[in-house]
Design a protein around this ligand. Structure first.
Ligand SMILES: CC(C)(COP(=O)(O)OP(=O)(O)OC[C@H]1O[C@@H](n2cnc3c(N)ncnc32)[C@H](O)[C@@H]1OP(=O)(O)O)[C@@H](O)C(=O)NCCC(=O)NCCS
Length: 212
């Protein structure tokens, strides 16, 4: 059975953000931060042609995986949920289809450092497990991308792998990377624990502390 983001009753709200699907009207706003070196230095692909970006937005891939994050009426960033098949032995592989997602995030530098990204990503994890019924969510980053792995630590994802010089940056260097994941039951347990804990703000982000 295929699972898509259409299973979510959009738009979805957090106390500070609105999460919704992209439309062609978002093209310019998304371009405005994605073109910036601070936003793009660790991203898989550079965007450097404004006309092509704006005209093509949202691409079929963006239509199937992108979530726009708005705060205070402005687009402040976007999230990605790429639904994937889990691995399984031949006899049971059908049961592994569409059971995982790889997630990602990019926020306007002007809206970083406020907890908006982890608040929105936290809500995205709720959607992955509650609305899409996934069993595992994964994410990866360059080891030098400290803001990204700090956010994954804050959210409670588990670092499952640290790889040495396995990822080629566009500047020509082979860099280290990290691989993170969380299971549905782990997210449910974290959520329960945090709801009753002081320091877990209304966007469900931890105030700067790594969950124990
Ligand atoms: C990765 C990225 C989304 C993280 O954004 P961010 O704003 O740093 O993340 P958060 O929303 O978790 O904010 C945390 C920061 O806000 C601060 N903060 C302020 N108010 C806060 C609140 N109410 N709740 C939580 N944190 C708050 C925290 O102290 C923390 O600052 P610190 O890192 O200096 O300690 C962002 O750096 C980004 O878009 N990078 C470019 C794209 C990219 O690299 N994507 C990932 C590719 S793998």
């Amino acid at each position: 059975m295929s699972v898509t983001l259409d299973a979510v009753p959009w738009p979805v709200y957090t106390p500070r953000c609105v999460l919704r699907r992209p439309t062609s009207a978002d093209a310019q706003a998304v371009w405005a931060y994605r073109r910036l070196p601070e936003a793009s230095q660790w991203m898989t692909s550079l965007v450097n042609d404004e006309e092509a970006f704006v005209e093509g937005f949202p691409t079929p891939a963006q239509m199937s995986s992108m979530i726009i994050v708005e705060s205070g009426g402005a687009v402040v960033g976007d999230l990605r949920v790429t639904i994937e098949d889990g691995w399984g032995q031949t006899e049971v592989v059908d049961r592994a289809r569409s059971t995982e997602a790889e997630v990602g995030w990019v926020f306007d530098p002007a809206h970083q450092g406020k907890g908006l990204a982890s608040g929105a990503a936290s809500r995205m994890l709720d959607l992955c497990f509650d609305d899409l019924g996934l069993r595992r969510v994964t994410a990866g980053c360059f080891a030098d991308n400290k803001p990204s792995w700090r956010m994954m630590d804050r959210l409670g994802l588990r670092c499952e792998g640290a790889f040495t010089a396995d990822s080629l940056h566009r500047d020509g260097r082979w860099l280290d990377s990290y691989s993170y994941a969380i299971l549905r039951e782990e997210w449910a347990a974290l959520r329960e624990e945090r709801v009753g804990r002081s320091g877990w703000n209304t966007d469900r982000t931890v105030s700067g502390q790594k969950p124990e």
